[in-house]
Design a binder for this molecule. Structure first.
Ligand SMILES: Nc1ncnc2c1ncn2[C@@H]1O[C@H](COP(=O)(O)OP(=O)(O)O)[C@@H](O)[C@H]1O
Ligand SMILES: [Mg+2]
Length: 250
């Protein structure tokens, strides 16, 4: 198992219980999503896994270690947020290379260019963030997250600000990259359709206190092609996730 959590709890100062009794086992190479209304602890869970949030109780290991130790041992975890957070004074290549520079990793620009190719940005290597559309900024952010060859990619509502068509394209592109390189992905979204389209399992969370209310298997084969979205099986699974969300919201 890459991630194991048992009775994971997080209570913030002031008494807000953001997570209660979380049980999770996630294998290396899995693609799983977390859906749930605002405030049910999705971001807190990802931050804890990234080693960015302490103060939790219960058992939690990432590659057999506590997340803070895993972070110190330079276990390769990358985080992608809804805002692309690119440095405005660096071009796309410069932004994507940044994590390598910070690690003094001497990888060649040619290899970074190959990654830009994979996310469809080769021709924009020397463009600046202000010249990019929202979807292109997100592709650059994704390339920057993948450039360190992470074993775990944590994505917190990454495509939430994009229009529907761009979101669908990025869902397809992200899956292609995942099938190719086999990192583990934990994907947080409000969007039931993107969760079902990409994932092997969907965890439905509920608020106050944040906990896992349901786990739904998505037994669809990969590669998952755009046509899948029009299939009855897809509609059935999306309906199942929606029903679980409704049942556990207030
Ligand atoms: N740093 C913090 N201090 C206090 N409360 C927090 C903090 N971060 C999050 N919370 C609270 O914890 C709960 C879960 O938040 P969050 O993980 O951001 O939920 P989600 O990402 O599902 O919207 C919310 O009630 C939120 O207000
Ligand atoms: Mg959040």
């Amino acid at each position: 198992m890459l991630i194991e959590a048992s009775d994971l709890n997080m209570i913030f100062e002031g008494g807000i219980q953001a997570l209660k009794g979380i049980e999770l086992s996630i294998q290396r190479g899995e693609f799983v999503s977390f859906v749930g209304s605002s405030g049910c602890g999705k971001s807190t869970l990802l931050r804890i896994l990234a080693g960015l949030q302490h103060g939790y109780s219960g058992e939690l290991t990432l590659a057999g270690m506590a997340p803070l130790d895993a972070r110190q041992a330079r276990h390769n975890v990358s985080f992608v947020f809804q805002e692309a957070n690119l440095l405005p004074w660096r071009d796309v290549l410069g932004n994507v290379k940044l994590p390598l520079e910070l690690r003094q990793d001497p990888r060649m620009d040619s290899e970074v260019s190959d990654l830009l190719d994979l996310v469809g940005l080769r021709e924009f290597a020397n463009a600046f963030p202000r010249q990019l559309s929202g979807g292109m900024k997100m592709r650059a952010s994704l390339a920057r997250a993948l450039v360190t060859r992470p074993e775990l990619l944590l994505m917190d509502e990454p495509f939430g600000a994009l229009d529907e068509l761009t979101r669908q394209r990025l869902n397809e592109e992200l899956l292609e990259l995942w099938e190719r390189d086999e990192w583990t992905c934990l994907f947080v979204t409000h969007n039931v359709f993107e969760a079902v389209f990409m994932s092997q399992r969907v965890f439905v969370m509920k608020p106050r206190p944040g906990s896992i209310a349901a786990e739904i298997e998505i037994p669809l084969d990969y590669p998952r092609l755009p046509e899948l979205r029009a299939s009855p099986e897809f509609a059935r699974l999306a309906g199942e996730v929606s029903a679980a969300l409704r049942e556990h919201s207030e």
